[in-house]
Design a protein around this ligand. Sequence first.
Ligand code: ZN
Ligand code: MN
Length: 488
Amino acid sequence: MEKLKVKIGLEVHVQLTKLKTKLFCSCPSDYRGKPPNTYVCPVCLGLPGSLPKVNSKAIEYAVMVALALNCKINRKVMFFRKHYFYPDMTKNFQITQYDRAGGAPIAVNGYLKLSTSDKEKVVRIRRINIEEDPGKLVYPTGSIITSPYTLVDYNRAGIALLEIVTEPDIETPAEARLFLQKLRSILEHLDVCDCGLEGAVRTDANISVAGGGRVEIKNIGSIKDVEKALMYEILRQKEALLKGLSIRSETRHWDDVRKVTVPLRVKEEEQDYRYFPEADIPPIIITEEFIEKIAKQMPELPDERLKRFQREYGLPYYDSSVLVSNKKLADFFEETVKLYKRNPKKVANVIINDFLRWIHEKGLELDNVKAKPKDIAELLKLLDNGIISIKIAKTVLPEIIVSGKSPSQVVKERKLLKISDKQIIRQIALKIFREHKKAAFDALKDKKAINYLIGQIMKYTKGRADPAVTGKVVKELLTDLKEGKLKL
Ligand code: ZN
Ligand code: MN
């Protein structure tokens, strides 16, 4: 059963959140947190007689994304109406694009390369559509299953989306996660989408196991959940196949509270949508000059940035790839290096090994971390100058992440300065020797006992004692003890 072939294709809906207005009207696009049904007008509500007008910046952004995903850009772009009845759509059709009946999406036939630990994987991009977002259905108890009724908010209706569709080239849930992470990093480098916003990136995942029916899991809100939903589906389908059941093609919903998929409906066929050309929007001609102009203005993308990190900062491939997998993380790294130029590798180590771990542990996102690059740089300088020990640095870090205080402020407030004064350490060591007499005498011939004593001193000083000075002091005391100059 383990060998059953899994085929996964993704359909990713990306909001162009960096646009100021919606796709076909001048309603503002920053609808999040606004009172329901206040960011609406006759066009996005689809009232009779209203006429859509294409946001030209949306076309520009779509061309940028298409170029970044190595797509062929169609020169004549048309919009189509896709009909369906659902309360999130007042017009009963969505203005989108279509690749048949004379239609053409903005871009087709691209690819995205993923690096996995053992190979390079190419995921082909079938097409990119520009389309409008429907309104948002609100489930008062949080779930489609448990809510007794549903509310609808049209503030989101008409927000510009790119629908990015892959070929079913993905073979594991982990590859799906890598694909989405890389796509997200590209979109953020292009500055077309703030992908961390709630609902800014929503994924439909198509999966079939061992040539069985194609199951579509709709509207998964986060990259982590895409991976989980796919793992759940693979297990569910394999179990069914083991029992001799066949998998039917259907649409399922990912319940992100219970972490299961549940059946929604038998999948609609394409002909059910009755696609036809949107007569209110004339075809858009995309010229060679337009594409060239955009190609010239393209910012640095993750793949190029990764190479630059290796070249410019001497980082290994692994470090560079972790950093550029998230634009904000890569920016954070570069800001820190500007303030701490002497050792970029050290900065990468702190960010990847300690900083990221604490962010996960505290359940934070990079956006709500209070520590700034200047704080990380300051922490490293305190360490270099011998003002704090490595152990202290590791206790200061989680505190600056949550509190936003500077490292030196934390060190001062919590009295964490390193103790390097030999006299002070000697006094502490004597106290420890007297409290652990047996260990002190054992230490005359046993190295383990020496380490035990040093450990006790560190424990007593909460890691503040300078390790080099402490080692020296302990050695001196042991000599005195041996020669009878020290009485315990
Ligand atoms: Zn509007
Ligand atoms: Mn769509």
